[in-house]
Design a protein around this ligand. Sequence first.
Ligand code: NDP
Length: 447
Amino acid sequence: MSEFDFDLFVIGAGSGGVRASRIAASHGARVAVAEEYRVGGTCVIRGCVPKKMLVYGAHFAEDLNHARRFGWDIAERRFDWVSLRDAVLADVDRLNGLYQNTLDNNKVTTFRETARISGANEVTLASGQKVTVGTILIATGAWPLVPDIEGAEHGITSNEVFHLDALPRRVVIVGGGYIANEFAGIFNSFDSKVTILNRSDEILRGYDAQIRDRLVEISTARGIEFHLNTTPQRIEKASDGTLSIHLNDGEVIEADVLLFAAGRKPKSFDLGLETVGVALNDKGAVIVDKYNRTNVPSIYAVGDVTDRVQLTPVAIREGHAFADTVFGNTPRTVDYDCIPSAVFSDPPMAGVGLTEAEAREKLGDVKIYTSDFRPMKNALSGSTERSLYKMICDASDKVVGLHMISPEAPEILQAAAVAVKAGLNKQAFDDTVALHPSMSEELVLLK
Ligand code: NDP
C-alpha cells in the first residue's frame, strides 16, 4: 500500500485537469481532483463552448437579413436574449454533468472545494481536511485581467457576460484580442452599439496583419467602433445604471455594459505555491519543464496556469502527456509547432504556422499567395464583404503558414492545417482538384 492517501491530486477540473485525471486513473493511479466552481473549467463553463453557442445565435441575424434575397418572406423578427442565454446555460449544465460522469466513471474522487498546497506531498482543502499525495498537478487555468482603474468594479469580464439579465444597448469592450473581437461580433449582430478600446494600434497581435486589417474593415462597416491607442482611466456609474467611461484622451463614452477583455493571468495565486517554493515567471505563470514538472519534483502543472499556449486543446494534450509520463511509464512531450487557432469573430479568422511578418523575419526569402474573393453566397445576398486566404511559403515552396478570414474559416483551416503540419508544399495544394463550388476550393487556386 502507498504511504499517501492518493497517488495524484489534481487542483482544477478544467480541460487539462480532467484529461490528466482520467488518463492517470486508467493507468491505475488513485486520483482525486478539487474544483472550487464547476467541473469542466473555463472552456466548457464560461468560455469556448457557451461563446460558440452565442456565435451560432448571433449568426441568425445575418441569415435573416439575407433571407428575402433567397426567397424567404419572414414576417416578424424578434430576438430574445433571455431565451438564448438560458438555452446556452442549460447546455453548459449538461456538459458539466458529462464531465462529472467522466470523473466518476474513472473512479476519480471529486472534492467540490478550494484546495491549497500545504507541502510537497500535502494538500489542504477549504474544509480543513488534509490529504497526503504522491504527486500534485496544478491545473487551475487563468483568470481575467481587470485593469487597476477607478470604478473598474462596474465592469464585467467573460466570467459574467454569459449571465447578463438583459441585452445591453451599448457595450464598450476593453482589449482588442480574442474575447474582445468575438463578443464585438456577437453583440453587433444583436444590434447593440459596440465600441472596442485597445491600448495599442494593433488588434489581435500574433495574427497575420492583412487578415486582421480585413476584420477591422468589415467590423467597422458593420458598425463596430475601434478606438485604438486608448485606455479607460475612470468609470462612473449613474443611478440609472449608465456607465461613463473616461478615456485617456479626455473623451467620455457611455455604455450599459463594460466588458474587460484585456488578457488572462495565470491562476497561480492563493494556491499556497510559496509555501513549497514553486517557481513562477514574471507574469505569475508556473514554470515547468517539457514534461510539465515544476522545480519541486512532486509538483507538476499543465494548461493556462503555465501560460505556454492558452488554448484548450493544448491543455488537454499537456494533461494527457503528463499522465502518460508519470503514471503510464511512457514519457511524452507536447509538440507546440504549427498549432492552428481561430478567432470566432464575424466573419471568423483562422491561422496556422508563421504569419508573413514572422516568416520574413525568420526565413528572409518568402513567397506569398493569396485569394481575395467574394463568397458566392454574397453575390446573391448582396453583401459586399470579401474573404481573404493567404499562404506563406519558404524559398522551396514549402507551406509555412496559412491564414484566412472568411465564413467557416475555422472549419476549413482545421483540415488544411493537416497539410501544413505534414510539411507539404504549394504544389501539393495545386495538384489537388478543386471541390466546386465551395469557398475552400480557393485553397487550391491560390495565386
Ligand atoms: P488576448 O491576449 O487575446 O488580448 C488581450 C488584449 O487586451 C490585447 O489587445 C491587449 O493589447 C489588450 N490589453 C492588455 N492589457 C490591457 C490593458 N491594461 N488595457 C487595455 N488593453 C489591454 O486576451 P483575451 O482576454 O481576449 O483572451 C485571453 C486568452 O484566452 C487568449 O490569448 C487566448 O489564448 C484565449 N482565448 C482563445 C479563444 C479562441 O481560441 N477562439 C477565445 C477566447 C480566448 P496589446 O496587444 O496592445 O497588448
